[in-house]
Design a protein around this ligand. Sequence first.
Ligand code: KG4
Ligand code: ZN
Length: 335
Amino acid sequence: MTGPTILAIESSCDETAAAVVKNGKVLNNIVATQLVHQNYGGVVPELASRAHQRNIVPVVAQAMSEASIAVEDLDAVAFTQGPGLLGSLLVGSSFAKSVALSQDIPLIGVHHMKAHIISHFIDEPYPNFPFICLTVSGGHTQLVRVDSPLHMEVLGETKDDAVGEAFDKAAKILGMPYPGGPLVDKHAASGDPFKYNFPRTEMPGNDYSFSGIKTALLYFVRDNSKNDLNFVNSNLADICASYQQALIDMLMKKLVKVSSELGISEIAVAGGVSANGALRKSLAQAANDKGWKLYLPAFEYCTDNAAMIAMNAHYLFQAGSFSDISAGPLPRMPF
Ligand code: KG4
Ligand code: ZN
């Protein structure tokens, strides 16, 4: 028996993306990254919506033609319903609804953060259930217990900034363009992670907080630049490495805690920050020390993409879980 053919659209933030999944196999993954935000130190919502509007037709057309799928072949159309930026989500949801209406096929609204976790089921090896997923992106930082593709529970999350935001804001303070996470990672590679001591904020339970460390960096740079205008440039690698180490220590501490409390040693990581070299090293080290089985998605599935939306839509289709045609974008979609 063959499974459904589904077109999936992702437009929650600053990537316009489309993918086709057929019978549980993702056929492609087209992403148009919006470079327009680079000079603004962050995503500008109005510019993001406009870029989605420009990109959506060519991106979907490319996904369909590369997969050799005609619109009549589709069994359903999926879109990122939330969380995300309202204007960005509206472009993807409106497009998906028009496809659903014109073809008289079901519509499937997908939760962006759940889809990041489901990116682990695009390519083998798949994690075994139950597993813990640390999802680290520009908008979210969550520890999730995953019991099946459709059963997940948030164990802990950030109460303020996401860890990706902590990377990007640090990069901005240090004079780098957006998104600065990969640049901090790059400079940190040749720096001393123990040269400077940044605060590791302790939150109760399994939660995180990353806003204090960003403020600490701001004061650190301001104080040290008073007598030495070149302080940041002369110590960039060490500052990046030390700051990054503090973020990684905070992430790892709670991950180790929930893993040992729940007795779960299948550990997955998802989201853009999982591309970070030093985080990957710390995870590999912990996996070695604690006997974890560690799952890291391929780089193209770490950052925002539609393949993960397509895979999640596949499971929702199989479960008969469809959205009403009136389903609108949910910028703060509950987990
Ligand atoms: O998952 P994602 O693509 O988009 C969101 O849903 O937010 O994550 C983007 C975030 C950005 O904050 C970016 O700076 C960060 O992931 N990022 C990194 C690295 N690559 C991407 N942060 C640290 N090191 C990296 N190598
Ligand atoms: Zn994301």
